[in-house]
Design a protein around this ligand. Structure first.
Ligand code: MG
Length: 386
């Protein structure tokens, strides 16, 4: 078996740590090349040592000396700042796991795409805001993007590219988040700790809040339209609170291919790491007899308007998805700091879209400009509230 070199961009987050666990558990299959993280020097250093990474980068330039001292005695290259993280993406590796949350991960994701390898993409925001730019970079370098998002991994496994013409519909499942059973007036009073309690998935705080507003599914809808040759009106969302079926591909003969598994990110990460092979994981095996009932529901736009909002931006194209994403990042950060209430997250996104005229977003510069304008509009809206 050939050993794959793996780089992990965003190693201290939940996907990054799960990737490190898988690599540490299969030294005969994987070797760590580069690891990068935002500002958590101690966690970064511990993970780098654990998987024996050869290049270690911290995004916060002020933490360079701290990283150097924490890694003293460990033989590796050390870098810091934006350039350091981009260099981690540029390192020669067979698989680059792009797991930095938010548009902050765009540059390193692009760097990885440009070196022509397999990109295990968990950074959905990069694909939402800069879908064309990321795809063009990957195509030019002959890099392959494999989705790590569980729903898209499911679709990837069920989707037969040679029969794309026969696909009628893609279905993304959604747990519905912690508020699926809540009334609109209850949701309006939801507290931060309520929103942080996800019923089935254990994830970082940004995506957990996105799941509570269901903006996560909106971003995933856009992500699916970027990853698969299927237009928006053929991508459906289905509420499935148990998170056992992750995605389905419907063919025009009436056949539906679904992918199932325990809700554990290690499975989709393993699919991307080992692809086209399969690897062992310690994931809890699915036992449907003990799982019991699987239930399904249609989305509810009245209580969760973010999904339709995302769909509208996908239809409109241009900079709209980038504005949606950036305004959402700002609003979620404000909610996490308890500066705004829960319904205000989606209101901020809506107001930012309304406030800004539509512009194209075909180049990286245009995407970054759309992102900047949207952050400004979102902050303006939020400061106008108090
Ligand atoms: Mg997902």
């Amino acid at each position: 078996m050939t050993v794959k070199n793996v780089s992990i961009l965003g190693v201290t987050g939940s996907v990054g740590r799960a990737t490190a666990d898988l690599i540490a558990g299969a030294p005969e299959r994987f070797r760590a090349e580069a690891v990068a993280a935002g500002s958590d020097v101690e966690a970064l250093a511990a993970l780098a040592r654990r998987i024996k990474a050869r290049f270690v980068a911290i995004a916060d330039p002020d933490r360079y000396n701290d990283l150097k001292s924490v890694l003293s005695g460990y033989n590796c290259e050390i870098a810091a700042g934006r350039e350091g993280v981009v260099e981690a993406g540029h390192r020669q590796a067979d698989v680059a796991v792009a797991a930095i949350v938010g548009l902050a991960g765009l540059e390193s994701t692009l760097a990885a795409c440009k070196t022509g390898k397999t990109i295990a993409l968990a950074n959905k925001e990069a694909l939402v805001s800069a879908g064309d730019v990321v795809r063009a970079a990957a195509e030019e370098a002959n890099a392959q993007i494999l989705p790590v998002d569980s729903e898209h991994s499911a679709l990837f496994q069920a989707f037969e590219p040679e029969r794309a013409h026969a696909v009628e519909k893609l279905t993304l499942t959604a747990s519905g988040g912690p508020f699926w059973k809540w009334s609109k007036s209850q949701i309006a009073k939801a507290k931060l700790e309520d929103a942080l309690k996800h019923p089935t998935w254990d994830m970082g705080s940004k995506i957990t809040i996105d799941s509570a507003t269901m903006m996560n599914k909106g971003l995933e809808l856009i992500e699916a339209a970027r990853l698969f040759p299927i237009s928006e009106e053929h991508i459906d969302v289905l509420i499935h609170p148990q998170s056992i079926i992750h995605g389905m591909v419907s063919y025009r003969d009436g056949s539906v291919m679904a992918q199932l598994g325990s809700p554990d990110m290690k499975t989709p990460i393993a699919v991307a790491l080992a692809w086209p092979d399969r690897m062992n994981t310690p994931v809890q095996r699915l036992d449907l007899a003990t799982t019991g009932q699987l239930t399904f529901d249609a989305p509810d736009n009245d209580r969760f308007p973010s999904l339709d909002l995302a769909r509208q931006t996908l239809r409109a194209g241009g900079d709209r998805p980038a504005v949606l994403n950036a305004a959402n990042e700002v609003a979620v950060a404000a909610f996490l700091k308890q500066r705004i209430n829960f319904p205000c997250i989606v209101e901020t996104v809506h107001a930012s879209l309304e406030a800004l005229a539509e512009l194209p977003a075909n180049s990286l510069e245009e995407v970054i400009e759309a992102d900047r304008r949207a952050r400004e509009a979102a902050l303006n809206y939020i400061s106008g509230l108090t």
